[in-house]
Design a binder for this molecule. Structure first.
Ligand SMILES: Nc1ncnc2c1ncn2[C@@H]1O[C@H](COP(=O)(O)OP(=O)(O)OP(=O)(O)O)[C@@H](O)[C@H]1O
Length: 233
Protein backbone atom coordinates (compact mmCIF):
# COMPACT_ATOMS: atom_id res chain seq x y z
CA UNK A 1 0.00 0.00 0.00
CA UNK A 2 1.33 3.44 -0.92
CA UNK A 3 1.69 5.98 1.86
CA UNK A 4 0.43 8.65 -0.53
CA UNK A 5 -1.95 7.97 -3.36
CA UNK A 6 -3.49 10.56 -5.65
CA UNK A 7 -5.87 9.10 -8.15
CA UNK A 8 -7.33 11.09 -11.05
CA UNK A 9 -7.15 14.33 -9.10
CA UNK A 10 -8.51 17.39 -10.85
CA UNK A 11 -8.42 20.85 -9.29
CA UNK A 12 -10.21 23.78 -10.91
CA UNK A 13 -9.87 27.31 -9.58
CA UNK A 14 -12.42 29.99 -10.47
CA UNK A 15 -10.92 32.38 -13.01
CA UNK A 16 -13.12 35.30 -14.08
CA UNK A 17 -16.15 33.82 -15.79
CA UNK A 18 -14.48 30.45 -16.25
CA UNK A 19 -12.08 28.19 -14.43
CA UNK A 20 -8.39 27.39 -14.62
CA UNK A 21 -7.45 23.74 -14.30
CA UNK A 22 -4.43 23.62 -11.97
CA UNK A 23 -4.44 19.80 -11.82
CA UNK A 24 -5.78 17.71 -14.68
CA UNK A 25 -6.48 14.05 -13.78
CA UNK A 26 -3.26 13.71 -11.82
CA UNK A 27 -2.32 10.30 -10.43
CA UNK A 28 0.71 9.76 -8.22
CA UNK A 29 1.63 7.02 -5.84
CA UNK A 30 4.53 7.22 -3.40
CA UNK A 31 5.57 4.36 -1.12
CA UNK A 32 7.07 4.49 2.35
CA UNK A 33 10.79 5.18 1.98
CA UNK A 34 10.39 6.51 -1.56
CA UNK A 35 11.67 9.98 -2.50
CA UNK A 36 10.15 11.58 -5.60
CA UNK A 37 11.20 14.86 -7.24
CA UNK A 38 8.51 17.00 -8.83
CA UNK A 39 9.68 19.38 -11.53
CA UNK A 40 7.98 21.59 -14.10
CA UNK A 41 7.70 25.20 -15.24
CA UNK A 42 6.27 28.00 -13.13
CA UNK A 43 2.48 27.84 -12.97
CA UNK A 44 2.35 24.19 -14.05
CA UNK A 45 0.59 23.07 -10.84
CA UNK A 46 3.37 21.81 -8.56
CA UNK A 47 2.30 23.81 -5.50
CA UNK A 48 -1.32 22.86 -6.16
CA UNK A 49 -0.33 19.20 -6.12
CA UNK A 50 1.43 19.62 -2.77
CA UNK A 51 -1.55 21.53 -1.34
CA UNK A 52 -3.94 18.76 -2.38
CA UNK A 53 -1.61 16.02 -1.11
CA UNK A 54 -1.37 17.90 2.19
CA UNK A 55 -5.20 17.92 2.34
CA UNK A 56 -5.03 21.72 2.63
CA UNK A 57 -7.05 22.05 -0.59
CA UNK A 58 -9.92 19.75 -1.58
CA UNK A 59 -9.76 18.69 -5.23
CA UNK A 60 -12.68 19.22 -7.58
CA UNK A 61 -12.64 15.48 -8.25
CA UNK A 62 -10.47 12.45 -7.64
CA UNK A 63 -9.10 10.62 -4.62
CA UNK A 64 -6.44 11.57 -2.08
CA UNK A 65 -5.50 8.61 0.09
CA UNK A 66 -2.99 9.02 2.92
CA UNK A 67 -1.73 5.93 4.70
CA UNK A 68 -4.85 4.07 3.60
CA UNK A 69 -7.35 6.77 4.57
CA UNK A 70 -9.46 8.47 1.91
CA UNK A 71 -9.29 12.17 2.83
CA UNK A 72 -12.68 12.82 1.21
CA UNK A 73 -14.42 10.49 3.65
CA UNK A 74 -13.41 12.57 6.68
CA UNK A 75 -15.04 15.44 8.55
CA UNK A 76 -13.11 18.70 8.84
CA UNK A 77 -12.00 17.75 12.33
CA UNK A 78 -10.87 14.27 11.29
CA UNK A 79 -9.02 15.79 8.36
CA UNK A 80 -7.11 18.11 10.68
CA UNK A 81 -6.12 15.11 12.79
CA UNK A 82 -5.05 13.13 9.71
CA UNK A 83 -2.92 16.06 8.52
CA UNK A 84 -1.40 16.59 11.94
CA UNK A 85 -0.56 12.92 12.48
CA UNK A 86 0.41 11.80 8.99
CA UNK A 87 1.71 14.74 6.99
CA UNK A 88 4.89 16.79 7.40
CA UNK A 89 5.19 19.96 5.34
CA UNK A 90 8.43 21.80 4.61
CA UNK A 91 8.20 25.15 2.90
CA UNK A 92 10.97 27.04 1.15
CA UNK A 93 11.27 29.51 4.02
CA UNK A 94 11.67 27.85 7.40
CA UNK A 95 9.27 30.30 9.15
CA UNK A 96 10.92 29.85 12.52
CA UNK A 97 9.86 31.94 15.49
CA UNK A 98 12.58 34.50 16.23
CA UNK A 99 12.38 34.24 20.00
CA UNK A 100 12.57 30.45 20.29
CA UNK A 101 15.62 28.20 20.37
CA UNK A 102 16.03 25.40 17.85
CA UNK A 103 14.82 22.86 20.41
CA UNK A 104 11.81 25.00 21.35
CA UNK A 105 10.77 25.35 17.67
CA UNK A 106 10.32 21.57 17.68
CA UNK A 107 8.89 21.16 21.16
CA UNK A 108 6.12 23.74 20.91
CA UNK A 109 4.16 21.94 18.16
CA UNK A 110 4.32 18.59 19.90
CA UNK A 111 3.32 20.13 23.20
CA UNK A 112 0.34 21.80 21.53
CA UNK A 113 -0.56 18.36 20.14
CA UNK A 114 -0.92 17.23 23.74
CA UNK A 115 2.41 15.50 24.28
CA UNK A 116 4.17 16.04 27.60
CA UNK A 117 6.98 18.58 27.57
CA UNK A 118 9.41 15.91 28.67
CA UNK A 119 8.49 13.54 25.82
CA UNK A 120 8.56 16.39 23.29
CA UNK A 121 11.97 17.55 24.53
CA UNK A 122 13.34 14.01 24.21
CA UNK A 123 12.07 13.64 20.67
CA UNK A 124 13.36 17.12 19.74
CA UNK A 125 16.86 16.26 21.00
CA UNK A 126 16.80 13.01 19.00
CA UNK A 127 15.75 14.79 15.79
CA UNK A 128 18.20 17.67 16.18
CA UNK A 129 20.89 15.01 16.39
CA UNK A 130 19.58 13.30 13.22
CA UNK A 131 19.75 16.58 11.26
CA UNK A 132 23.24 17.35 12.58
CA UNK A 133 22.29 20.13 14.97
CA UNK A 134 22.81 18.50 18.37
CA UNK A 135 25.15 21.35 19.27
CA UNK A 136 22.70 24.04 18.23
CA UNK A 137 19.67 23.12 20.36
CA UNK A 138 19.96 26.34 22.37
CA UNK A 139 20.50 28.68 19.43
CA UNK A 140 17.90 31.10 18.12
CA UNK A 141 17.24 31.51 14.37
CA UNK A 142 19.52 34.57 13.98
CA UNK A 143 22.42 32.50 15.40
CA UNK A 144 21.95 29.81 12.73
CA UNK A 145 22.94 29.78 9.04
CA UNK A 146 20.29 29.46 6.31
CA UNK A 147 21.16 25.78 5.90
CA UNK A 148 20.91 25.18 9.65
CA UNK A 149 17.51 26.92 9.76
CA UNK A 150 16.32 24.62 6.98
CA UNK A 151 17.58 21.64 9.02
CA UNK A 152 15.50 22.82 11.99
CA UNK A 153 12.55 23.09 9.63
CA UNK A 154 13.07 19.48 8.51
CA UNK A 155 13.42 18.23 12.08
CA UNK A 156 10.25 20.10 13.05
CA UNK A 157 8.29 18.48 10.20
CA UNK A 158 9.36 15.06 11.50
CA UNK A 159 8.26 15.65 15.09
CA UNK A 160 4.82 14.12 14.58
CA UNK A 161 6.33 11.00 12.89
CA UNK A 162 4.56 11.67 9.58
CA UNK A 163 4.03 9.07 6.89
CA UNK A 164 4.19 11.64 4.11
CA UNK A 165 6.68 14.49 3.75
CA UNK A 166 5.85 17.29 1.32
CA UNK A 167 8.70 19.63 0.52
CA UNK A 168 8.37 22.82 -1.53
CA UNK A 169 11.62 24.16 -3.02
CA UNK A 170 13.76 23.49 0.05
CA UNK A 171 16.96 24.77 -1.54
CA UNK A 172 15.72 27.93 -3.26
CA UNK A 173 17.39 30.24 -0.74
CA UNK A 174 20.64 28.26 -0.36
CA UNK A 175 24.00 28.09 -2.13
CA UNK A 176 25.05 24.99 -4.02
CA UNK A 177 26.87 23.19 -1.22
CA UNK A 178 24.14 23.76 1.34
CA UNK A 179 21.48 22.81 -1.20
CA UNK A 180 23.13 19.48 -1.82
CA UNK A 181 23.47 18.76 1.89
CA UNK A 182 19.78 19.55 2.42
CA UNK A 183 18.69 17.17 -0.35
CA UNK A 184 21.03 14.50 1.04
CA UNK A 185 19.46 15.03 4.46
CA UNK A 186 15.99 14.61 2.96
CA UNK A 187 17.21 11.37 1.37
CA UNK A 188 18.56 10.22 4.73
CA UNK A 189 15.38 10.94 6.70
CA UNK A 190 13.22 9.39 3.96
CA UNK A 191 15.20 6.17 4.38
CA UNK A 192 15.59 6.30 8.14
CA UNK A 193 11.97 7.14 8.98
CA UNK A 194 10.42 5.41 5.94
CA UNK A 195 8.38 8.44 4.94
CA UNK A 196 6.98 8.96 1.46
CA UNK A 197 8.65 12.18 0.31
CA UNK A 198 7.66 14.49 -2.55
CA UNK A 199 10.00 17.40 -3.24
CA UNK A 200 9.21 20.24 -5.62
CA UNK A 201 12.49 21.49 -7.01
CA UNK A 202 14.05 23.62 -9.72
CA UNK A 203 17.45 22.08 -8.95
CA UNK A 204 17.39 19.17 -11.38
CA UNK A 205 21.03 18.64 -10.45
CA UNK A 206 19.99 16.94 -7.22
CA UNK A 207 17.28 14.79 -8.78
CA UNK A 208 19.68 11.77 -8.94
CA UNK A 209 19.59 11.71 -5.14
CA UNK A 210 15.90 10.86 -5.34
CA UNK A 211 14.23 7.68 -6.58
CA UNK A 212 12.19 9.16 -9.39
CA UNK A 213 11.22 12.35 -11.13
CA UNK A 214 7.69 13.34 -12.10
CA UNK A 215 7.14 16.27 -14.43
CA UNK A 216 4.21 18.65 -14.31
CA UNK A 217 3.14 20.60 -17.38
CA UNK A 218 -0.08 22.61 -17.61
CA UNK A 219 -1.59 20.61 -14.76
CA UNK A 220 -0.78 17.26 -16.34
CA UNK A 221 1.65 14.97 -14.54
CA UNK A 222 3.82 12.47 -16.34
CA UNK A 223 4.42 9.40 -14.21
CA UNK A 224 7.55 9.33 -12.09
CA UNK A 225 10.43 7.76 -13.98
CA UNK A 226 13.29 6.19 -12.03
CA UNK A 227 16.43 8.28 -11.77
CA UNK A 228 19.94 6.93 -12.21
CA UNK A 229 21.48 5.26 -9.17
CA UNK A 230 22.43 7.33 -6.15
CA UNK A 231 25.64 9.30 -6.26
CA UNK A 232 27.68 8.24 -3.24
CA UNK A 233 28.12 10.91 -0.56
N1 LIG B 1 -5.69 30.22 -5.34
C1 LIG B 1 -5.70 30.22 -6.67
N2 LIG B 1 -6.73 30.79 -7.35
C2 LIG B 1 -6.75 30.80 -8.69
N3 LIG B 1 -5.80 30.23 -9.48
C3 LIG B 1 -4.76 29.66 -8.85
C4 LIG B 1 -4.64 29.63 -7.44
N4 LIG B 1 -3.49 28.97 -7.12
C5 LIG B 1 -2.91 28.62 -8.29
N5 LIG B 1 -3.66 29.03 -9.34
C6 LIG B 1 -3.38 28.79 -10.76
O1 LIG B 1 -3.20 27.37 -10.91
C7 LIG B 1 -2.13 27.11 -11.83
C8 LIG B 1 -1.07 26.26 -11.13
O2 LIG B 1 -0.42 27.06 -10.12
P1 LIG B 1 0.65 26.47 -9.09
O3 LIG B 1 0.98 27.56 -8.13
O4 LIG B 1 0.18 25.20 -8.55
O5 LIG B 1 1.92 26.21 -10.05
P2 LIG B 1 3.46 25.95 -9.69
O6 LIG B 1 3.94 24.95 -10.67
O7 LIG B 1 3.57 25.63 -8.25
O8 LIG B 1 4.14 27.35 -9.96
P3 LIG B 1 5.47 27.99 -9.28
O9 LIG B 1 6.63 27.13 -9.69
O10 LIG B 1 5.52 29.36 -9.88
O11 LIG B 1 5.23 28.01 -7.81
C9 LIG B 1 -1.63 28.47 -12.32
O12 LIG B 1 -2.29 28.75 -13.52
C10 LIG B 1 -2.06 29.41 -11.22
O13 LIG B 1 -2.24 30.70 -11.73
Amino acid sequence: MSALNLSNVTLDYPDGDGTVTALDSVSLSVDAGEFVSLVGPSGSGKSSLLAVAATLVTPTSGLVVIDGTDAHSLSAKELTTLRRDKVGIIFQQPNLLASLTAAEQLIIGDHLRGKSLRAAAGRAAELLDVVGLADCAGKRPHQLSGGQRQRVNIARALMGSPKVLLVDEPTAALDHERSESIVRLLRQVTDEFQVATVMVTHDTEFVPLTDGVATMRDGVLTAAVPTSPLVPA
